[in-house]
Design a protein around this ligand. Structure first.
Ligand code: SAM
Length: 468
């Protein structure tokens, strides 16, 4: 019951005190093995909060006294009873008794068929593990130092963890066909290992990073930077090329560290993060993975920085805050909608296109959510307009984990309209799911998308731009 009380306190901070979901979650459970479980319960609790409180009040009226005092705890227990995999509340207590006595009433109010198949068995995404090749000079040095020093028992444990994960990779993981050092694990295999011992995730040789999230930086290097660098190297009059990169919106730093890995001693990565707590997380991870000599973390608003201070920065990673609607377990994407997508995928004759589906999903939102998405599009455009003002910019990637055109192709169109010296570069020609060709952006298919229902990774959008 203690863990439920802890979740209920966190729920109060989000649902009653209106704290930001991710900020509160990371503050309370950062580095805690409960993070995953807490995320799973709390995301559903926040989404269904108003309805469950209403049900609690109806039960109080029915009983003619306040049998339910702590509405947040009631909400957490209802989620555990009706929406979790095990559908069972651990331990005992008065609230559990009330929920058991009112099980049919609550299920009826929530419109839940208690015998229905658990929809978490529906669309399953793969898990991607990116193996970090620590080849940058700083990292290599650090690793060599670590290896030469007499191993403490902690080091030994770390190495055992690495081996366990490595064994799993050899047996079960498929190397990705596009991104080097990225491995795909079946969701169930991954769960089996993690549920036995989640400490393997502490290894500093791997990052759990979805394929979609690893694409922007990979493509920025493979489709643009590496060829631009080769061209400049063939000009014998110029010395070997050094350049810096800015990650405009960095935390928790997956793309930042990927850029630091690929830059291979050719320069530095400046990582901006406005939010103090997320900045601390970014800094902690950068140090833990041993990238602190290559990456400078800056707790600043990217929109306010003085661009003249960064004359060597030629490339940018722009992955600004977005609606997150590509992540299937996201608060705005419920199980009913996932079921609908399953049905659509199986409907061979009248299957709706991904573009049509995203438009329908957008239309299904309430006004507040629609306005939020439109507002995010305006903010994302500001980030791109800002980076376009850097004196020596050559190219950049723009990405979101939103499925909506308003945050993706529409932002690209407006940016190109306001910045005529930039053009789109065709991203990853071999990738099947393309950006939408819209009326305003007929070459939107130069961008790529991930369809979360078909591509087995989070819904994602990537556009690559270069200076003409
Ligand atoms: C989508 S997340 C970035 C994820 C990151 N690229 C990764 O792959 O790990 C966006 C981040 O941008 C930060 N952010 C939002 N506005 C910002 C601004 N004006 N300047 C700097 N960071 C900002 C948010 O706090 C958030 O941490």
């Amino acid at each position: 019951m203690n863990k439920y009380i802890s979740y209920s306190k966190v729920l109060k901070q989000i649902a009653v005190d209106k704290g930001n979901f991710k900020t509160v979650l990371f503050r309370e459970y950062k580095g805690d093995s409960k993070l995953k479980e807490a995320y799973g319960i709390l995301i559903k609790a926040v989404k269904n909060y108003d309805k469950i409180v209403e049900i609690g009040q109806l039960i109080n009226q029915k009983e003619k006294k306040n049998v339910i005092g702590n509405m947040q705890l009631f909400c957490i227990l209802v989620i555990e009873q009706f929406y979790s995999k095990k559908k069972k509340i651990e331990g005992g207590g008065q609230l559990k008794k009330i929920i058991t006595e009112n099980k049919d009433f609550i299920a009826g109010q929530l419109n839940i068929d208690q015998n229905a198949e658990n929809s978490s068995n529906l669309i399953k995404q793969d898990v991607h593990v990116r193996w970090i090749s620590k080849q940058s000079t700083e990292n290599k040095l650090k690793k060599e130092k670590k290896e030469s020093k007499k191993k403490s028992s902690e080091d030994k444990m770390q190495i055992e963890d690495d081996n366990r994960l490595q064994n799993l990779m050899i047996q079960k993981a498929e190397p990705d066909d596009i991104i080097e050092n990225l491995y795909t694990l079946n969701y169930n295999d991954y769960q089996a290992v993690i549920s036995k011992d989640s400490s393997v995730l502490d290894s500093t040789d791997i990052v759990i990073q979805s394929k979609s999230s690893a694409m922007p930086v990979y493509l920025l290097f493979k489709n643009i930077i590496d060829s631009q660098q080769k061209q400049s190297l063939s000009d014998a009059s110029r010395p070997s090329k050094q350049f810096d990169i800015i990650d405009c919106c960095s935390a928790p730093g997956n793309k930042t560290m990927q850029a630091a890995e690929y830059i291979k001693g050719r320069g530095k990565v400046f990582a901006f993060e406005k939010n103090q707590q997320r900045f601390e997380l970014l800094q902690e991870r950068v140090q833990k993975y041993g990238f602190d000599k290559v990456i400078s973390c800056l707790n600043e608003d990217f929109l306010s920085i003085d661009v003249s201070q960064y004359p060597n920065v030629e490339y940018f990673v722009a992955d600004p805050s977005c609606s997150g609607t590509g992540m299937l377990n996201h608060i705005y994407f419920d199980e009913d909608q996932i079921k609908l997508e399953e049905e659509n995928l199986q409907n061979q004759q009248n299957k709706k296109s991904f573009m049509e589906r995203t438009q329908q999903i957008f239309e299904s939102y309430d006004n507040k959510m629609k306005q939020r998405i439109i507002g995010l599009g305006q903010f994302q455009l500001k980030i791109l307009n800002k980076l376009a003002t850097f004196p020596n910019i050559k190219a950049f990637s723009y990405s979101t984990c939103s499925i909506h055109q308003q945050e993706n192709e529409d932002v690209v169109f407006k940016f190109l309209q306001e910045n005529k010296s930039f053009e789109l570069v065709e991203a990853c020609p071999q990738w099947k799911t393309r950006g939408f060709k819209t009326k305003s952006l007929p070459d939107g298919n130069k961008c790529i998308r991930f369809n979360p229902f078909e591509d087995k990774s989070d819904g994602f959008f990537v556009a690559l731009f270069q200076k003409k």
